[in-house]
Design a protein around this ligand. Structure first.
Ligand code: ZN
Length: 398
């Protein structure tokens, strides 16, 4: 079994070791060392990455059969002895978040009476699920405040394996289901819990602990938080966004929410005004098209091919004209998604659907249909000439 040195010392990132076995893990080469500081994925903490001589360590896992630590490599490694290097930024980020999680879980228990039921940690997010469905913002803010006080007190973090008798006397927040000796982590007397992860030596190293999001999930609440360096880069990117908004909106940063509300209200008012104006414009256009209608028996026929016009606008125009008695509308819109739109007044006794079915093949489309008084189709590319010939064919049928 591999000697796991990270339990005693989370700060050694460079070490020498002997390769005792070469194997594979999910079709990737893997080696087992006699001793390692590499942290294998467990307890919600992602594994370390790093180097073994020239070989990149991309994953670290525990072998189920004998608990040996598998260093999973990008390329095979032939060396019998290795100089190992653990990625420092990734490891310290995990130490900050793992330690921060212990403190925040205890703070949530004390300040919000919310007990941690599960923890999830990845390289870009860290979450705690607590057993309360509704936590008021002031409650988790009080927990966040308390957690940061513990950071600022720079308390010593102590990890050890107590005897069974000593274990019974400890105020342990969460006992794991482990058989054998239990590793206890004490955050300067503030939080005592069982954990096999890597932690900082003093709470001050965690840096800021900031809850960035909370959401209700059934009977629980999920809190997302960031610590230390990740909290700093989160602050940096959000500050950058705020500064851009402040500059674009020319307001103080505290006025941004109000300014956005004003923009939304303006936008809504402009949209309804635009709708009204478009409607008036369509009325005027319908009027002028009617003036150019030709007479066919007792009907007035308005036939027109458009190019570069919005189909919805043209349909509205057709509806407005067909609302007048004695009218027949034959419209076409040329373009990438051409349309043919036929309509007629209620007192005109023709069916425009067969008219449309005869016109569509002239623009090489088969898609279209409607009701006897209004039909439309197309959707294929068609030129103005093709649209015109389709409209002329329909005129001849009247
Ligand atoms: Zn831990």
């Amino acid at each position: 079994m591999t000697e796991r040195l990270y339990y005693e010392d989370a700060y050694t990132l460079r070490f020498n070791a002997d390769v005792v076995e070469r194997t594979e893990y999910k079709k990737k080469p893997a080696v087992i060392l006699d001793r390692t500081y590499f942290y294998p994925e467990s307890g919600g903490q992602p594994p370390d990455n790093g180097q073994l001589n020239a070989a990149r360590v991309i994953d670290v896992q525990t072998r189920e059969t004998d608990r040996a630590v598998l260093h999973i490599l990008e390329h095979p490694l032939d060396d019998a002895r290795v100089e190992a290097q653990i990625d420092a930024y990734r490891r310290f980020d995990h130490m900050q978040h793992h330690s921060g999680q212990h403190i925040l879980s205890q703070a949530l228990s004390r300040a919000a009476k919310a007990e941690t039921v599960s923890v999830h940690m990845s390289t870009d997010s860290m979450t705690i699920d607590v057993n309360r469905a509704a936590i008021a913002p002031e409650e988790w803010l009080a927990a966040e405040e308390l957690a940061n006080q513990i950071v600022q007190q720079n308390l010593s973090v102590h990890c050890w394996y107590p005897s069974v008798d000593e274990l019974a006397t400890l105020p342990i927040r969460k006992m794991p289901e482990v058989v054998g000796k239990v590793r206890i982590v004490d955050m300067g007397g503030f939080d005592v819990t069982a954990c096999g992860g890597t932690h900082v030596a003093h709470t001050g190293e965690i840096g800021l602990i900031k809850v960035v999001k909370y959401e209700r999930r059934g009977d629980t609440t999920r809190l997302e938080f960031r610590c230390g360096t990740r909290a700093m880069s989160d602050y940096r990117s959000k500050n950058d966004i705020i500064n851009r908004l402040v500059s674009d909106l020319t307001v103080g940063y505290w006025e941004v929410p109000e300014a956005v509300k004003r923009l939304q209200a303006d936008n809504k008012a402009l949209r309804s005004e635009l709708k009204l104006v478009k409607d008036q414009l369509a009325d005027a256009e319908a009027q002028s098209l009617l003036a150019m209608a030709y007479t066919q028996g007792q009907w007035r026929v308005v036939s027109r091919a458009f190019e570069g016009r919005d189909t919805n606008e043209v349909r509205l125009l057709a509806q407005k004209i067909a609302a007048r008695p004695d009218t027949i509308v034959l419209f076409g819109v040329a373009g990438e998604k051409s349309q043919i739109i036929f309509g007629r007044a209620q007192n005109v006794e023709i069916d425009v659907v067969p008219l449309l079915k005869q016109a569509l093949p002239l623009i090489k489309s088969e898609r279209g249909g409607g009701k006897p008084d209004f039909a439309q189709g197309g959707g294929v590319p068609a030129s103005l000439d093709e649209i015109n010939s389709a409209l002329e064919a329909a005129q001849r049928q009247l």
